[in-house]
Design a protein around this ligand. Structure first.
Ligand code: AMP
Ligand code: MG
Length: 338
């Protein structure tokens, strides 16, 4: 299963690179790495692009360590193991953003689902379907509202544990783009396992293009978005899953049930200007399902300046009206307005 996933990610990245860098004459610098359990590709052009990308790679490694559940001394591990930890400004920012999205999405985004992720075997990759009673018991400890903070001190009740898996890559791409901008690159695009963020324009002056993967795994993109200074983050059930007795169990958990979210959405892509919130929102919108996701967009889309592309399990595509001019697809799609 893991191998299949890696091959899919590789194929996705290769095609993404193709889409992102059609100009052969450009003096683009590239870095490829494996971090946060996924393949990453960074591209930039500009005078300082090499130095910028080197710094970006160091930053990715740093954040990977910082958020690692596997490292005993990390702030998150300390909180999860001891029920209390002192958080750096950075971890606190992630916690505050997670809490904000938890509140706004009525709990659909919830970083305390971690014990459920463990129980379903997504953490050690020994996939299993937990007993109903086990899930019921674990649900008692779920809820971002159980996390207490006082200045830099964070406390959780016994049994409550967190992980930033649903927000980490978006935060990282945001930090990477900020580094690249500080180095005054003329254009850059980074793909962290298919989550894409860009700044500026390609060396030929044209906008970057990002393909949205077909959740069904066909080689065709369901569509291509043209972006400038935007992040494009997708959450989908096809990204990580296992099969047991003919049933598919994916990695996005509904915090209310403790089971993989029964969503009519196969993938939801959020487009906005901030990686951190885009990542958290994509996960939450997946949990909500199409109807509630569209309601959410109608309520917050303008204020939070985000748009989305929804692909349903039956293949139907819906985009929000702000993407009308930038989304190109050979397939039929519906445009939804306010
Ligand atoms: P993403 O790929 O960004 O949608 O994030 C999925 C990852 O976030 C999972 O692998 C879990 O680590 C974590 N996760 C799963 N369900 C949720 C949820 N409802 N809220 C927040 N994080 C979640
Ligand atoms: Mg996410």
């Amino acid at each position: 299963m893991k191998e299949k996933r890696l091959v899919t990610i590789m194929l996705m990245l290769i095609t993404c690179i193709f889409l992102c860098s059609c100009d052969k004459k450009s003096q683009e610098s590239t870095r490829e790495l494996f971090a946060m359990d996924t393949f990453m590709v960074l591209k930039a052009h500009g005078e300082e692009s090499d130095a910028a990308l080197d710094e970006a790679v160091r930053e990715i490694r740093r954040i990977d360590q910082m958020l690692s559940i596997g490292i005993k001394e990390s702030e998150i591990s300390t909180l999860n193991n001891n029920g209390e930890a002192d958080f750096s400004e950075e971890s606190m920012y992630l916690l505050d953003t997670s809490r904000e999205v938890f509140n706004k999405t009525e709990g659909a985004f919830d970083i305390t689902v971690y014990p459920l992720m463990v129980e379903w075997g997504f953490v050690d990759q020994k996939y299993r379907v937990p007993e109903k009673g086990t899930i019921k018991k674990l649900l008692e400890n779920i809820g971002t509202d159980k996390i207490e903070t006082q200045e830099s001190n964070v406390k959780v009740p016994e049994g409550t544990k967190i992980d930033f898996g649903g927000i980490a890559k978006g935060y990282t791409s945001q930090k990477v783009i900020e580094i690249l901008e500080r180095h005054k690159v003329k254009g850059a695009i980074v793909s962290l396992g298919g989550n894409v963020q860009s700044c500026g324009v390609k060396a030929d002056g044209k906008k970057y293009k990002v393909g949205i993967e077909d959740p069904k795994g066909s080689e065709d993109y369901i569509g291509v978005l043209e972006i400038k200074d935007k992040v494009v983050i997708t959450s989908g059930s096809y990204e990580r899953y296992f099969k047991k007795d003919g049933k598919v169990y994916h990695h996005i958990i509904d915090p209310k049930t403790g089971y993989p979210a029964k969503s009519d959405i196969a993938s939801v892509t959020v487009v906005n200007e901030d990686g951190t919130t885009a990542d958290a929102m994509a996960t939450a919108l997946f949990v909500m399902g199409r109807e509630k996701a569209l309601e959410y967009w109608k309520k917050y889309g303008e204020k939070d300046e985000f748009e989305m592309v929804i692909v349903e399990n039956d293949g139907r595509i819906t985009i929000t009206e702000g993407l009308k001019e930038t989304f190109d697809s050979k397939r039929h799609f519906k445009v939804v307005g306010k």
